[in-house]
Design a protein around this ligand. Structure first.
Ligand SMILES: *[C@@H]1O[C@H](CO)[C@@H](O)[C@H](O)[C@H]1NC(C)=O
Ligand SMILES: *[C@@H]1O[C@H](CO)[C@@H](O)[C@H](O)[C@H]1NC(C)=O
Ligand SMILES: *[C@@H]1O[C@H](CO)[C@@H](O)[C@H](O)[C@H]1NC(C)=O
Length: 476
């Protein structure tokens, strides 16, 4: 009996013990991560305390960013990532010059960081008349912009061309009147049959002779052999606005039908409207001849050694690897390239007896680096970029300066080539019988000169046959 009781007692106690054991195992199971975590906790606490003692003392609390974040310059500290210190773009609006003022506003509007709450917060609205939203291009109507007069108190003192420019500079939406049909192939062959060089020549309705000379000499359309290399397909278009002379305009329509190389838009063809020929041509190019590899854009009173230009461009393509001899025309042309007679640090002309006169109240500052408008060559891919960026740059009355403004925004520096003589041969140059063979372009030449130069350079005399392009050491 007693034995039995003892055994019962034992079994009961043994039962309790095994219960305890199970609990301990469970506690162990639950708590074992704690044993791992405790050292981590201790480490973190110690590290934080250390950091707060030794690090925080020279860390300023990061200020709350205002809704309209204006980043400032960079400062480097060993504790913080580089952080802004002072403004890296101008917050003060330009005043006193119309173009700078409205362009500054446009730049803010197109600033990707400022974009949402731009101008409203940054500028005291009472400083700015209602044209805060003055649009680039022709979002609205193309009727004269009389409101802009509020921004130009000295408008009455301007030349007529400046007055006309200011009144219509918000508009670039002019319809096409004449357009060639088959300058560039369309459809599946558009890329393989794209011209190597598209000549886009600024001309005016009355300059029939210049156009005729160009067609028969340096502006020939079709396959053109290089001087040394194989050459390529060349196409030609003339860029025109309108004149008031209905007889001339009628002749021009005939000419267009005959040669199919006229692009004419419905704007008055004046010197200060030349920039329209750029922006409208870029638009036309993007639609009608987007695969042309290079574009020459220049005046109708220059002589161009087209075969030499083709050689030069082919060498450029080979250099940048955009071409292989077999597949050149099918490769997409990606080079952002512009070459010409590069003009640096030019200042606006301030005397009202030149056609380049730009008053201080219209533009202040130097002009950006730009290739002279007499003749410049750029890649087709750059023309697409120019078309895009020009939507964000207000028109400027001088077309080559405007090109410089667009190039600056694209970050594409124009390449200077001393063989682009947009100011003719240097006066003090010793006479060289082969001088005409050292150039890519020369301004200014009459139609008669063009024929003569074409004959001379197409069949060079034996002593001039191997003349190299001119290099002007130290000038760039
Ligand atoms: C440019 O052309 C437009 C449209 O014909 C005209 O209203 C404007 O006066 C012209 N601008 C200049 C500077 O001649
Ligand atoms: C040109 O400027 C001179 C003085 O700077 C002034 O007398 C003249 O009236 C101006 N001419 C025009 C057409 O604005
Ligand atoms: C170069 O071309 C011009 C025409 O622009 C011509 O008058 C001149 O005689 C030429 N020079 C030479 C050395 O042939």
């Amino acid at each position: 009996m007693a034995k039995f009781k003892v055994r019962k007692f034992i079994t009961r106690n043994v039962g309790t013990a095994s219960h305890l054991c199970r609990y301990r195992r469970r506690i162990m199971f639950i708590c074992s991560p704690c044993f791992v975590l405790i050292p981590v906790y201790i480490y973190v606490s110690v590290a934080l305390t250390y950091a707060m003692k030794h690090g925080m003392s020279n860390i300023q609390p990061v200020p709350l960013l205002p809704t309209r974040f204006i980043a400032t310059g960079l400062s480097f500290s060993k504790d913080l990532a580089p952080h802004p210190e002072k403004c890296f773009w101008r917050t003060e609006l330009d005043s006193g010059a119309l173009w700078n003022f409205i362009q500054h506003i446009a730049d803010r509007r197109n600033n990707p960081i400022l974009k949402p709450a731009l101008i409203a917060a940054s500028v005291n609205p009472s400083n700015i008349p209602d044209d805060r939203e003055r649009s680039i291009g022709s979002a609205g109507s193309c009727s004269p912009d009389y409101e802009i007069l509020n921004l130009m108190p000295d408008y009455e003192t301007f030349s007529n061309q400046m007055k006309n420019f200011v009144m219509s500079m918000h508009c670039r939406d002019y319809p096409l009147i004449l357009e060639p049909r088959d300058v560039c192939d369309h459809g599946p062959l558009a890329k393989t049959r794209a011209p190597m060089l598209l000549l886009a020549i600024k001309t005016q309705s009355a300059n029939f002779e210049n156009r005729e000379a160009i067609r028969q000499t340096w502006g020939r359309s079709g396959r053109v052999k290089g001087r040394e290399k194989e050459g390529g397909l060349v196409r030609r278009v003339f860029l025109l606005g309108m004149t008031k002379d209905s007889h001339t305009e009628k002749k021009l329509r005939l000419e267009s039908r005959l040669f199919g190389d006229i692009i004419q838009w419905d704007f008055t063809d004046t010197f200060f409207n030349l920039t329209l020929k750029d922006v409208l041509f870029w638009e036309w190019f993007s639609r009608r001849c987007p695969h042309a590899r290079f574009i020459f854009k220049g005046d109708d009173d220059v002589f161009v050694r087209t075969p030499a230009i083709l050689d030069y461009l082919q060498a450029e393509e080979e250099k940048t690897g955009t071409a292989t001899t077999t597949k050149r025309s099918t490769q997409s042309n990606k080079i952002q390239f512009v070459v010409g007679d590069v003009i640096r640090n030019a200042a606006p002309l301030r005397s009202n007896d030149t056609k380049y006169y730009v008053p201080k109240s219209f533009y202040k500052g130097l002009y950006p680096t730009y290739p002279g408008g007499g003749g410049v060559v750029y890649s087709g891919s750059l023309a697409h970029k120019l078309f895009e960026v020009s939507q964000r740059v207000h028109l400027f009355p001088i077309d080559d300066v405007y090109l410089g403004m667009c190039l600056q925004r694209l970050g594409v520096p124009p390449i200077n080539h001393p063989a682009f003589l947009t100011f003719d041969f240097p006066k003090d140059e010793p006479i060289d019988p082969c001088a005409n063979h050292t150039i890519l372009l020369v301004h200014k030449r009459s139609p008669t000169d063009m024929f003569q130069l074409w004959t001379e350079t197409s069949a060079p005399s034996p002593e001039c046959r191997n003349t190299a392009l001119r290099v002007k050491p130290g000038v760039n």
